[in-house]
Design a protein around this ligand. Structure first.
Ligand code: NIG
Ligand code: FE
Length: 428
């Protein structure tokens, strides 16, 4: 058979984890962790897409390439997908971290006008350029740690113009940085001081002024999916307020997510399942009945173990109960300046193996294929199979069992997005 020419041929991976979809979808419940390993595996890509995976000898018989990467002895996986971040902000909250070390709680600091409101003040005052410049550094860090797709939320503007500025920053990051970005409008993240005693009035503003502006922005700037999220929590927004925002967002053609049960369960999980949300995130305090509902649905459960870790709390997402219930479990960083400042999905794997009791293989699928489903991109990314985008990580280890186990250091050797090497330890 004559050789076909491709753009990229990756050969001789010790373990090539294809992470196969199950019935064309995510890996549900205890079926989580199917890695589809090909030993001495190879991958061919053309025009940014994977066109074949298989044993190296087979692919060498069929393809020649402009770029050949010999991955002998290495682990190769899909690029990591981080489906929940608040990556664009100005200022920091190091002082609040110090207060928390001394015993203040996240909610106490929020009630005193700190927390999200503090970051809001700094973010409103920052220019678009400043926001993009600082966020780019964070995306560089994420990329070097293996993240190839990242969801990013607004939510530090809390007024129409500043929320649109954040959407503009997010769109610029998508075009100016190799990481593929998925935007989420989180206007209902916290009450801005102007509405301190009028949560319903603020929800009116979100629905009547912000959402139309966001919809117009999408028409001009964003052909892909746009999500709407709400922080459903005591001190933030009730389930009834969350419902109002999400009904209007759904009407406007946005897909839905909710921050639920981070500290207290307010019924957000039931609401999200009923409304067909793409994902429900946090789930640290979710009651058993709602775990059962979520497990029986197609809504992805996104665990964010960095948050309890970083707040020094002990209630992690009950991942085993979610798996028992058949849920689609995914992992994310929640990267934000208040509760969890890390850009590093490998650290999330370290926490998920220890506190969620996921095996290394389960954590890897939760951070790739299932995470892709949490941003409605499961048909294009998160798995190494023909037709999927060639987003790949080559690791400086040959065994997936090292992921999460060996922590606090960066195990990535190369990150590839759309068939192009965009991070390479050999070139530093
Ligand atoms: O997911 N819970 C709400 N939002 C973030 C925290 C944001 C912040 O404190 O700045 C979270 O934990
Ligand atoms: Fe969050």
């Amino acid at each position: 058979m004559p050789h076909q020419t491709v753009d990229l041929l990756l050969t001789h991976a010790r373990q090539l984890c294809t992470i196969p979809p199950h019935d064309g979808g995510p890996q549900r419940g205890h079926a989580l962790g199917d890695l589809g390993i090909i030993e001495d595996g190879a991958l061919a890509a053309r025009d940014g897409l994977i066109i074949a995976v298989g044993p190296t000898n087979d692919l060498l018989d069929r393809y020649t390439a402009d770029v050949v990467i010999n991955a002998a002895g290495k682990l190769v996986t899909p690029g990591l997908v981080d489906p929940h971040t608040h990556m664009v902000w100005a200022g920091d909250r190091a002082e609040e971290f110090e207060q928390r070390i001394a015993g203040a709680t996240y909610q106490e600091i929020m009630a005193e006008g700190g927390g999200i409101a503090r970051t809001m003040r700094a973010t409103r005052a920052a220019s678009l350029e400043e926001l993009v410049t600082t966020a780019k550094k964070r995306l560089d860090t994420a990329l070097s740690h293996g993240t190839t797709t990242m969801e990013i939320k607004t939510g530090y503007g809390l007024e129409t113009a500043a929320e649109i500025k954040l959407l503009n920053a997010i769109a610029l990051l998508d075009t100016e940085h190799p990481i593929r970005v998925v935007p989420t409008f989180l206007g209902a993240h916290a009450l801005p001081p102007e509405y301190a005693d009028d949560a319903d009035g603020y929800i009116d503003l979100v629905i009547n002024e912000m959402l139309p502006a966001v919809t117009a922005w999408k028409a001009d700037h964003w052909p892909g999916d746009l999500f709407c999220d709400v922080f459903c929590e005591e001190g933030a927004f009730s389930a009834a307020q969350t419902r109002r925002v999400l009904e209007a967002a759904r009407q406007a053609g946005l897909k839905l997510k909710i921050h639920v049960d981070e500290f207290k369960a307010l019924g957000g999980t039931t609401l999200g399942v009923e409304m067909g949300a793409t994902s429900l995130d946090h789930l640290d305090a979710t009651p058993d009945e709602e775990i059962a509902l979520l497990g029986a649905s197609d809504t992805v459960a996104v665990a964010l173990p960095t948050t309890p870790f970083a707040l020094g709390l002990h209630d992690y997402t009950p991942a085993q109960k979610l798996l028992d219930a058949g849920a689609i479990l995914a992992l994310a960083t929640d990267c934000n300046p208040g509760t969890a400042w890390t850009e590093n999905m490998q650290f999330v794997l370290a926490l998920a193996t220890r506190y969620l009791k996921l095996t290394q293989g389960q954590a890897l699928v939760a951070a790739t294929l299932n995470a892709a489903h949490a941003v409605a991109l499961g048909a294009r990314i998160g798995s190494l199979q023909p037709g999927h985008t060639a987003d790949v990580v080559i690791w400086g280890t040959g065994d997936y069992h090292e992921l999460g186990y060996h922590f606090g250091v960066n195990l990535v050797e190369k990150t590839i997005i759309g068939g192009r090497v965009v991070y390479d330890t050999a070139k530093r």
